[in-house]
Design a protein around this ligand. Structure first.
Ligand code: ADP
Ligand code: MG
Length: 454
């Protein structure tokens, strides 16, 4: 099958942009869904985590967009703010070939009135969490009369009990003549039934699970209730992964597990819904730029996040069902990299639902582990209180760091520039030097406050 993007009727500048981003060919779900998406059909698409679902609907939305009319044409609903932010970022990259496309993120946690103000100035695409959109609808600070396309990302989550009421209310504000797209890694029968109420004869598409993508090792470890913590430390000591996402089932447990890691010289932080939004952002940045080795999370906090090159996933707590298991382990072995997914369970646990021939069963004691080990981060993160709104770019920050100092390009890791803040990763042994450099010198002839994330 020829899966090249040019087999679709897309404009040449969009194709050029896709090549520039490095998308050489369509992923399976893109190849299967895009022909229907581009014909304005309703679609329910299922494909594993990391298979490029965002670009599938993103390309279709952009292709249908009339950029000359500054009104809301598409709404993408996501379950968490992090996912909404990530989706908006990916859309902006896909939209680079078109001038003046306005993509707005509307989520709880951010101040309401500045959002309302941005809405007054107009937008083409809204990426949002349901609660905040409802608030805007109720206060009449946005309207969707001109909407063409609704996307529910992580659709099974958006249509389950926690969200469905909100989503249903939002839909009552949308034109009935529209394209409705549902994307997820899993769909329950129940959700498929509900989906028929909000879609119009949706075409169901499921990307086959291809064998070659599976470069992941899945291992289950039977443990006794009393030595769960020891088993976790043992696994970390044995593998010492570059980075690891550890799943727990409750917020309290994420905090306890993060503390356990820290007490054992393993650099770790917890993330869950009770943290302030800015703390969650900081933690995620540190994890994705390798300033944090272990992130301990609940399912909701980690849903859909695209963290590249994740070496390892550990299920400290057994997931509630096989669907959750698929979502969790889908985060490792993305694209070309290899990964390992370890699950701890007790003899009394029913694990028959993970009935999967790929799974190996081992005992932790068969794995050797150094008696004394540390897992320190490779980088540290410096925050700069200035971003796109201050016309800062990654190159400016890099320039300021490497001008006349002992710092080289290799000492500097990822640089993220957001609207009002930027984050730069520095090799741990060079952090002091970098901090001094930024503290005493200007970036683009301006002084910014800076601090270190710990
Ligand atoms: P999903 O929503 O299916 O979990 P994402 O949309 O987050 O996955 O995509 C996972 C990663 O794959 C992203 O980093 C994205 O940039 C990348 N990606 C998407 N489409 C392609 C493609 N055609 N070729 C290469 N990489 C792609
Ligand atoms: Mg996704």
């Amino acid at each position: 099958m020829n899966n090249k993007f040019y087999t679709l009727s897309l404009p040449e500048d969009m194709l050029a942009n896709l090549r520039a981003i490095g998308y050489e060919q369509m992923t399976q779900i893109q190849a299967l869904s895009l022909p229907h998406l581009l014909q304005n059909k309703d679609v329910l698409a299922q494909a594993k985590t990391g298979s490029g679902k965002t670009a599938a609907f993103g390309i279709a939305i952009l292709q249908h967009l009339n950029s000359k009319k500054l009104n809301i044409q598409s709404l993408i609903l996501c379950p968490t703010r992090e996912l909404a932010t990530q989706t908006a970022t990916q859309l902006r990259i896909l939209a680079r070939y078109k001038q003046n496309i306005k993509i707005l993120t509307l989520c709880g946690g951010g101040a309401f009135w500045p959002q309302a103000n941005s809405l007054r100035h107009g937008a083409h695409i809204i990426v949002a969490t349901p609660g905040r959109i409802l608030k805007h609808l109720n206060k009449q600070t946005c309207n969707f009369n001109t909407l063409n396309t609704l996307v529910l990302d992580e659709a099974d989550r958006m249509l389950d009990m926690g969200f469905y009421d909100d989503v249903e209310k939002i839909i009552s504000f949308l034109p009935t003549k529209r394209q409705t797209l549902l994307f997820s890694a899993t769909f329950t029968q129940e959700v498929k039934e509900i989906s028929s109420k909000i879609c119009n004869n949706a075409i169901h598409i499921e990307a086959p699970v291809s064998k070659e993508i599976n470069k992941m090792q899945e291992i289950f470890f039977e443990i006794e209730d009393t030595n769960k913590d020891d088993a976790l430390i043992h696994l970390l000591g044995h593998y010492q992964p570059k980075n690891v996402l550890i799943f727990c089932n409750t917020k309290i447990q994420t905090d306890a597990t993060a503390k356990l890691c820290q007490d054992n010289n393993i650099d770790a932080l917890a993330i869950h819904g009770d943290l302030e939004q800015y703390t969650r952002d900081d933690v995620l940045v540190q994890f994705s730029n390798n300033s944090l080795r272990a992130l301990v999370a609940t399912d909701v906090a980690a849903r859909g996040l695209d963290i590249k090159e994740l070496a390892m996933v550990i299920n400290y707590d057994l997931p509630f069902d096989s669907k959750t298991y698929t979502h969790r382990i889908g985060r490792t072995a993305r694209a070309a990299s290899e990964g390992i997914a370890c699950t701890l369970y007790k003899q009394s646990d029913d694990i028959s639902m993970y009935n999967n021939t790929n799974i190996a069963f081992l005992h932790v004691n068969t794995l050797d582990k150094p008696s004394n080990f540390k897992m320190k981060p490779l980088y540290k993160t410096i925050v700069i209180e200035g971003g796109k709104k201050n016309k800062l770019r990654a190159g400016d920050i890099l320039g300021a760091l490497t001008a006349n100092t002992k710092l080289g390009r290799d000492d500097i890791g990822k640089i993220y520039v957001y609207d009002r803040q930027s984050y730069v990763a520095i090799q741990t042994n060079k952090t002091d030097e970098a901090f001094k450099q930024l503290k005493h010198n200007k970036i683009k002839a301006k002084k910014f406050s800076i601090w270190l994330l710990d």
